[in-house]
Design a protein around this ligand. Sequence first.
Ligand SMILES: NC(=O)CC[C@H](N)C(=O)O
Length: 198
Amino acid sequence: MSAQAAKKPQIGVLALQGAFIEHEKMLQSLGATCHELREKSDLAAPLDGLVLPGGESTTQKKLLSDLGMYEPLREKIADGLPVLATCAGLILLARSATRDKCPYPSFGTLPVRVRRNAYGRQLGSFSTKGEIKGLGDFPMRFIRAPFIEEAAPEVDVLARVDGNIVAVRYGQQIGLAFHPELGTDTRLHAAFLSMIAS
Ligand SMILES: NC(=O)CC[C@H](N)C(=O)O
């Protein structure tokens, strides 16, 4: 193996349900190696970062609990494993959520309160452009998305759309209400990889 290959960031992508392949393609195009996390034994791989994809948070939380992956993953995130979470993934990270009756636990490592299905269930999908702190204008695709109703003061708000918080960073955790992996703009994934490298 060349020295360059040895240095590739190793990213675990939660692959229980949802839009995980799109994240993998984008991260691979930026030079990362992706490991699909489908069962508890997959968590043994040494990881430099973690992606929590969009999809259906209730299903994802149930599967995480049923497969015994919830607690080991929560520990890794709490111990500082860098995370990029989109949409349902943001709901999984959030400390609390409104409009969410799911009985299974979230990781709760990101001190924000999200509102699930904040734009309505059926007509809540749209595309727009918003300004992301440090990156400028960015295309944003929302699919039955949450937004962040309230963030703790120590959370860095990276973007708002119509006054609502849609992107944050807290320590090594990046939470996005929209889906950069479904577009062609790779800057957020690149920023995630540079956060890991620094
Ligand atoms: N695109 C998405 O990830 C949608 C999230 C979904 N509405 C949920 O609550 O889990």
